[in-house]
Design a binder for this molecule. Structure first.
Ligand code: FMN
Length: 362
């Protein structure tokens, strides 16, 4: 019944609520002998942390990770790795008015109807706070992938209708450019315009959506388990499981519907003794199996549902109509904050399939 566990061999279970005492994750199935430090995990959590810029919520959390199990003398032991982060800056007062009045666009109404009760403070499990566990586990997956020569990088390509021009194909350069501004966009001119639009929309009490591209380079040929655990199917599930993600494209994605076969097919060539592709509309996956080309996913992220404008809702206690103006501390746009979360989810899928591939043939 519960949907809090993800993965087959490299398996994670996230736990905790936004305004509970702590959040965290248990990572099971990570092989023994992987060098792993607190800093490996902390540096990813620092990228996820709120309160770092005017592009994110003002909630100020230190997000110091504690490793409770699974590591001995700097290496994984093969036993469950338990990671914990205390919630320190939760302010539940702003949520009192939401106890009986579900926020339009948020998970409040659906949770209430499903369970007959809910922790209304900070969105409970449907809060971005839940992604702490994903990012912490993703850091472990990234370490495993690095050892196999795989890199996963994400960046914002559109915010509030402003599109970035992506000039470089050097993944590390794109990451450095994206991480140098608060909207995490590798095109500095577009990033400035995105920030201006974000400022003006926030002043109107509103929010913006956008798109984020996730690229994985160095992925070996052969990852993915037909037919139900195809790599693209698992990536779509992983990315769609992040709150506010409303569509996942692999390679050309939705654009493929308007293309001809001659445009969509990636011509194959020999390059330096190995098969290569002259384009990458497939996004590095054919038949649900990685081809060795970069894996490219694009997610469409909706505008933050909690906005400061007056909105119509219902009062579930009285059965009447209601109006709400949401206070609290919210991200004016989610794409910049979702970047490390999306990287983590892709890393988790790839680490799991890397381990599954070891059982694929003699
Ligand atoms: C990194 C991240 C940050 C988010 N920040 C906020 C926020 O500040 N306020 C808000 O209302 N929703 C925020 N969300 C979105 C909600 O969690 C999400 O819309 C809600 O759970 C409903 O799920 P759905 O949009 O997928 O239907 C955030 C999501 C993520 C992944």
């Amino acid at each position: 019944m519960s949907g809090n566990t993800f993965g087959t061999i490299f398996r994670i279970t996230t736990w905790g609520e936004s305004h509970g005492p702590a959040v965290g994750v248990v990572v099971d199935g990570c092989p023994a002998g992987l060098a792993l430090t607190v800093q490996d995990i902390q540096k990813e959590l620092d990228r996820r942390r709120p309160g770092q810029s005017r592009a994110s919520t003002a909630r100020k959390e230190e997000d110091r990770v504690e490793i409770l199990s699974g590591i001995f003398e700097g290496k994984t032991t093969g036993t469950p790795i338990s990671l914990l982060v205390w919630n320190k800056d939760a302010d539940s007062s702003a949520y009192d008015l939401l106890r009986n009045k579900p926020r339009p666009g948020h998970a409040d109404y659906a949770y209430q109807m499903k369970y007959g009760m809910r922790d209304h403070r900070g969105g409970g499990r449907a809060s971005a706070r839940e992604t702490v566990g994903r990012v912490a586990a993703g850091a472990v997956a990234k370490k495993l992938l690095q050892a196999a020569g795989v890199q996963v990088v994400a960046y914002v390509t559109e915010l509030g209708g402003i599109s970035a021009g992506i000039a470089s194909s050097d993944l590390m350069q794109l990451r450095a450019q994206a991480e140098s501004n608060v909207v995490r966009c590798p095109d500095p001119a577009a990033a400035d315009r995105m920030m201006q639009r974000l400022d003006s929309v926030r002043a109107e009490g509103d929010s913006l959506g956008g798109t984020v591209v996730i690229v994985a380079e160095g992925v070996p040929v052969g990852l993915g388990e037909p037919v139900f655990d195809k790599l693209d199917a698992d990536l779509a599930k992983a990315l769609m499981s992040i709150g506010a993600v409303k569509a996942v494209d692999i390679g050309a994605g939705c654009r493929c519907a308007g293309m001809r076969g001659s445009e969509m097919n990636d011509p194959m060539v020999w390059r330096e003794g190995r098969v290569d592709f002259q384009s990458n509309n497939a996004g590095g996956i054919l038949g649900g199996i990685s081809t060795g080309a970069p894996i490219v996913c694009t997610i469409s992220v909706k505008p933050t549902p909690s906005i400061a404008r007056q909105q119509s809702t219902v009062d579930l206690a009285s059965g009447g109509a209601a109006e709400i103006e949401i206070k609290g501390r919210h991200d004016p746009a989610i794409p910049p904050r979702i970047v490390p979360v999306a990287e983590a989810m892709v890393a988790l899928v790839l680490a799991d399939h890397l381990l599954r591939q070891r059982a694929a043939r003699l």
